[in-house]
Design a protein. Structure first.
Length: 869
């Protein structure tokens, strides 16, 4: 099935050319992404001499530079600059007071070790013993680095003299250890001085805080405000409880007093008796004592428990005072009765009630006194409790300041003692964990590494040089370049071929029984018909003609023009072999050499060029006498160019030429016109406009990009049906391609001897030689044979003798190295692939079934008119 192409081209004048088709399996136009890597390899392959030269030059230069360098040795020692487990009490005690860094600053320490203050004395000392050693050399070749994630410094020195390295490292190691000891002693002395300067101030601060705390306790008569607050809270609760009890008792006593008054119904005598009690000094004194006792009892009850000695003593005093108060009341009443003579008026019951009334009145006064005392106590306690929080805050602040000051004083005293002990010790803080030593082998030059780097650099620079040279070379190098530049299909790819590969193909098959020679038929050197290897060159033209047949949609292509952008691109060779391939497939083909300026067809076919196309157009010569046959090709005829006319363009653009083209197209199945190059001449566009189509030959590695782009632009301005591109000079396929298999072709002659009568002795000898089968049973099948049997594989591949002695293992390893280098260069050349492309009209073909041309039953006279045919 034919495959539709991607675009349809339209001529500038509105002419719609015939649709184009490509056979199944043809290569799509846009394969840039898929073939990018292969194209890069092709670039390296094309520029292999430049690539190899640069790579070898860089590698040899690197090798020479490496082998001529003076050997450099390296010595090293390692020192532990920070203890694995820190145990320095002075640091812990001085945290927050001295600006001590929490982590070891390795970068700063390395710069200090490399400073002139430390290295110059060492350099001067060493220079006295070794005049060739200077401070600049020491600083330049000295390397101090920290081993990753460790507390170890690596100190190394490079020099060409191992003995000098040992001397320098010994001096440096001892100097660094002495430096660490001096730094530690200096740090300890500074710490002691700092502590001694801070101690007097700390002592004064502690004394001041202790004095303030003492005055605070004396002023407020307390030890701990928080405890005093708790006590006052308990006192207030107890006083409130006693006040409630006293108030209850007072209410009961007043009620009883009122009840007794109502019972007695006071008269004048009773009132006088009551007033006499109030006037009795002793009674009032006892009553006053009772009130004072009640106040004391209330106060002490708020401070102490009921069973406390203070409260019990006061209660005992009150118990002893109450009988005295009752006795005094009885005495006063009795005295009042005797003196007033009113005893007759007071009955014993009344007298008893009066006494009870007086007693109740005393109780009421007692309870009132107690209630007043409790109220005063409660008020005082609450006032004192209100200032307790402020006192507690002041007390806590004083306590905290005193604790901090005391702790600081104790730490500084301990620190001074610790620093003094450390200063008295002579231990070195840094530890030498690897003694100075010099490696037995030089570290520079590293010959294997340098050679490897030189080879890699050679591959890279060689690849870059190849890419730059290929970029500066403005010719097309592959079919992908042509497709990307023209956006036209590649109708055929003609490979490079040797002379013996350009064989004529035959047309008449014989019996199937005689098709394949076998050993059973006799000697392997004698075959009933010609036998040779089908070359890619011959197959390319068969494929080209097959593609040409499939390009016609409505009718077959009967006339085609073949040209090229510039001379020497192989257009005449392509036209000749295309005509032979079409004739071999049974088509009646006429090859017209329309290059009237520099004809080449007659030379390709060994024909005379005395008269031809120019004579037909200018002198009205008879066409039948000028068309010639080709020996051995019954279906192929040729019309040579003839004599050189003064104005070829005028002849080719004449009406007579158009009439001749129509006549020839009616006679032959295919007419092929070999035209001059397009650039610089107007012949080709003028003639191609009247043909069914045109094919443009482009030479790989020869056609310039600008010429090809200009050619496409020129053809776009003319009504030419540009069918596609024929790539000439393509690299042949690999050795295992199917075209290298052996095919049998039938010829009209059954042997080379018969062929000699038709083609000549020289050609028959050549055909007979090529028809001989290979005697070797070896068949090259790829890398497996190359690896197992390299000599025979390389011999069958027809490589030079020098290449056949090459080691395949070394070749594979070299290829791997080259592959790595090229892949590394991938990103460098991504932007180099963009090229300006000519604008070409799009084509959108249809895909009708191909209509094969009708093969004639017999060989007709090519000079008959179309009507007679």
């Amino acid at each position: 099935m034919p495959v539709e192409s991607d675009s349809t081209s339209f001529d500038k004048n509105g002419h719609v050319p015939r649709s184009s088709y490509l056979p199944t399996g043809s290569t799509p136009v846009n394969l840039k992404e898929e073939n990018e890597l292969a194209e890069w390899f092709q670039i390296i392959r094309r520029r292999r001499y430049l690539f190899g030269g640069v790579a070898i030059a860089v590698t040899l230069t690197m090798a020479a530079w490496t082998l001529t360098r003076t050997p450099i040795y390296r010595g090293e020692f390692r020192v532990l600059v920070e203890p694995v487990a820190l145990d320095d009490p002075s640091r812990e005690l001085l945290q927050g007071e001295m600006p001590i860094s929490p982590a070891f600053d390795y970068s700063t320490q390395i710069e200090v070790l490399r400073s002139p203050a430390l290295l110059k004395p060492i350099a001067e000392k060493l220079e006295r013993e070794d005049p060739g050693l200077s401070y600049g050399m020491l600083l330049q070749d000295l390397q101090i680095t920290r081993l990753r994630d460790t507390k170890v410094l690596s100190v190394s020195f490079l020099n060409s003299d191992p003995e000098r390295i040992q001397v320098v490292l010994d001096a440096l190691s001892q100097e660094f250890l002495d430096y660490s000891f001096e730094q530690r002693q200096s740090s300890l002395r500074q710490g002691i001085q700092f502590v001694d300067g801070q101690l007097p101030e700390l002592r004064d601060r502690v004394d001041s805080l202790q004095s303030r705390l003492e005055r605070f306790r004396q002023e407020y008569s307390l030890i701990d405000p928080e405890k005093r607050g708790d006590e006052l809270s308990d006192f207030i609760s107890e006083v409130e409880k006693q006040r409630q009890q006293t108030q209850t008792a007072l209410t009961e006593a007043r009620s009883l007093y009122n009840s007794l008054q109502n019972q007695l119904g006071f008269n004048d005598q009773q009132a006088l008796a009551a007033s006499s009690l109030s006037e009795s000094p002793r009674y009032q004194a006892l009553l006053t004592q009772l009130r004072e006792l009640e106040a004391k009892i209330a106060t002490e009850s708020a401070r102490f428990q009921p069973d406390s000695p203070n409260v019990m003593v006061l209660e005992d005093e009150r118990a002893s005072l109450l009988p005295l108060l009752d006795q005094e009341a009885d005495r006063v009443i009795q005295t009042f009765s005797d003196s007033s003579g009113a005893t007759g008026n007071l009955t014993p019951t009344s007298l008893e009630l009066t006494r009870q009334l007086i007693k109740t009145a005393n109780e009421v006064r007692q309870l009132e006194a107690r209630s007043d005392a409790l109220t005063q106590v409660d008020t005082g306690l609450k006032q004192e409790f209100a200032i307790v929080p402020a006192l507690a805050r002041q007390y806590t602040e004083l306590q905290r300041e005193l604790a901090v000051a005391t702790d600081s004083l104790n730490r500084f005293l301990t620190t001074r003692e610790t620093l003094q002990i450390d200063a008295a010790q002579k231990s070195v803080p840094w530890e030498l964990i690897a003694a100075p030593s010099v490696a037995g082998q030089p570290v520079s030059p590293n010959v294997p590494r340098s050679l490897m780097m030189g080879a890699i650099a050679g591959f890279i620079l060689g690849g870059i040089a190849a890419l730059v040279a290929d970029k500066l070379d403005r010719v097309v190098h592959s079919t992908d370049d042509i497709k990307a530049l023209t956006r036209l299909p590649i109708l055929g790819s003609v490979p490079l071929a040797r002379a013996e590969e350009e064989l004529e193909v035959v047309t008449v098959p014989q019996a199937a029984s005689e098709s394949v020679p076998t050993q059973a038929q006799g000697d392997s050197n004698h075959y009933p018909r010609d036998y040779y290897i089908a070359s890619p060159f011959a197959e390319a033209f068969r494929s080209l003609y097959a593609n040409l047949r499939f390009l016609g949609s409505d009718s077959p292509i009967r006339s085609v023009v073949i040209s090229s952008p510039s001379p020497t691109e192989g257009k005449s060779t392509v036209a000749t072999h295309l005509a032979k391939a079409a004739a071999a497939m049974g088509q009646r083909v006429l090859l017209v050499d329309a290059d009237l300026r520099c004809p080449q067809v007659h030379e390709r076919l060994n024909l005379a060029n005395l008269r031809g196309l120019s004579d037909v157009l200018s002198n009205n010569a008879e066409l039948g006498s000028l068309i010639r046959g080709v020996e051995g090709e019954p279906y192929l005829h040729v019309l040579t160019a003839g004599s050189n006319p003064p104005d070829p363009t005028k002849l080719l653009s004449s009406r007579r030429m158009r009439a001749l083209m129509e006549r020839l197209q009616g006679i032959y199945s295919l007419v092929i016109y070999d035209m001059p190059p397009i650039l610089g001449f107007a012949d080709t566009p003028l003639l191609a406009a009247h043909a069914d189509g045109m094919m443009l030959v482009t030479a790989i590695g020869k056609t310039r990009r600008t010429d090809l782009a200009q050619t496409i632009e020129t053809l776009n301005l003319s009504p030419v049906n540009l069918l596609g591109i024929i790539a000439n000079g393509v690299q042949p396929p690999p050795a295992n391609h199917y075209n290298t298999y052996n095919y049998h072709y039938y010829r009209r002659k059954s042997s080379a001897g018969k062929g000699s009568s038709s083609f000549g002795d020289a050609k028959a000898e050549r055909l007979g030689r090529l028809g001989q089968p290979r005697t070797s049973t070896f068949r090259f099948s790829g890398l497996k044979d190359l690896w197992q049997n390299p000599k025979e594989a390389l011999s069958q591949a027809r490589l030079p003798q020098q290449a056949q002695t090459f080691s395949p293992q070394l070749l594979v390893l070299s290829g791997v190295g080259l592959l790595i280098s090229v892949l590394w260069m991938t990103q460098i050349i991504l932007q180099w692939r963009k090229e300006p492309q000519p604008s070409t009209p799009e084509t959108t073909p249809t895909a009708p079934s191909p209509v094969p041309s009708k093969k004639p039953d017999n060989l007709l006279d090519p000079f008959l008119s179309p009507k007679q045919n």
